[in-house]
Design a protein around this ligand. Sequence first.
Ligand SMILES: Cc1cc2nc3c(=O)[nH]c(=O)nc-3n(C[C@H](O)[C@H](O)[C@H](O)COP(=O)(O)OP(=O)(O)OC[C@H]3O[C@@H](n4cnc5c(N)ncnc54)[C@H](O)[C@@H]3O)c2cc1C
Length: 385
Amino acid sequence: MAPEFEIAVVGAGIVGLATAHALQDNGEAVCVYERGVPGNAQSGGESRIFRHIHADPRLIALARRARDVWREWESRFGCELLSHDGVVAIGAAVEPRLTLLEADGEVVARRLDPDELAARLPVLSRWEGPAMLDEAGGAIRTRAAIGALSRALSGRLLFDEVLSVRTTPAGTVEVRSAAGTREFARVLVCAGRGTAALARGAGLSLPLRHAAHVRLTYPVRAAPAARLACLLDGSGEFGEAGAYADPLPGNAAYAVGVGEVTAGEDGSVADADGLHAVAERTTAYVRRALPGLEPNPSEARHCWVTELPWSPDGFALWRRDAVLVFAGNHLFKHAPALGRMLAAAAREDDVPASLRPEAQLGAPGRGWLYAPTAAASGSSPREVT
Ligand SMILES: Cc1cc2nc3c(=O)[nH]c(=O)nc-3n(C[C@H](O)[C@H](O)[C@H](O)COP(=O)(O)OP(=O)(O)OC[C@H]3O[C@@H](n4cnc5c(N)ncnc54)[C@H](O)[C@@H]3O)c2cc1C
């Protein structure tokens, strides 16, 4: 008898769900292992920023492809998944990032004068420095996306924790989970915080850095604006080298992040006080930069960041026999396009050159915040979204 499932995906975050959905669309017998609640780990919370603004032109092109699939999913699932409110960036990286977007030629982006900036982002302090608008960027409705994909994959989600993944002498892949052992033709591991450990068991050592991130949500003081852009602040003017903020559905609340605390090899957050300090810094930043918000957080979200050494925006796909392992950071926006690429890689048992670690996707000029001169001098700020 043929096995029930040919391909297994480990992890029902946005990447695993998008990949399994693409595989299902292609008629593959795919299942998804999830040890917790789908979309509740790195993909958790109400919103993420969708931006075309990247330092690596390859990621600008990937974001465009992803945007098309986000819109396609909206028609298919019958709900809004990506707002039309744009992304505002301020700071020294604005000019180099605009240059790259202009070179791409297919992304609508432009400079903003201080009055336009205030109209797009009325919650922000007056800012007279460099500012730009990524017109077709916006806030991703994360819960709606996770919910729609999970429903589309019903019957294929296995609520079970994977302990190990290894290739058998027959060339299949054995997955040992809490509920038992199964074999598959191919397995894709995209388990976020759990990826490095499972990869190690499969014989792959990933250069992932782990950190814990704090993201706080603040009520908007005024009546919700019809349009409210996301914010990328690399200005350093408001006491943080790098900050991001994005509106929650309804625009009555804004989520803000300014930093993270590095975790140890064993997954420990040795500096637990550091998380408290990051939360305090976030509220201090809100007082300075975002006077349109009440500086009392209404919600806190803590989650893991998994980052590759070449860029805060970096990601890659590793392969060992029939085991594929995907890892990186800032994946939510790209997930619809990535899901299709990863599905093709799992079907064809091949890693496209663009996703191989040596391609260092995300690397040129490093993250969106980094102005080239700052990166060269080594004085670049930390990237937070
Ligand atoms: C606060 C914050 C803000 C961010 N902002 C942005 C942004 O603005 N824009 C953007 O594009 N990206 C952003 N990111 C990054 C983005 O959210 C993540 O890159 C993305 O959600 C990762 O998705 P994933 O599917 O790879 O991982 P996850 O969502 O972590 O999914 C992995 C899943 O695997 C499961 N799992 C792990 N181990 C096992 C196991 N052994 N067995 C079974 N299941 C297992 C987990 O339970 C989890 O559900 C942000 C991240 C954070 C934390």
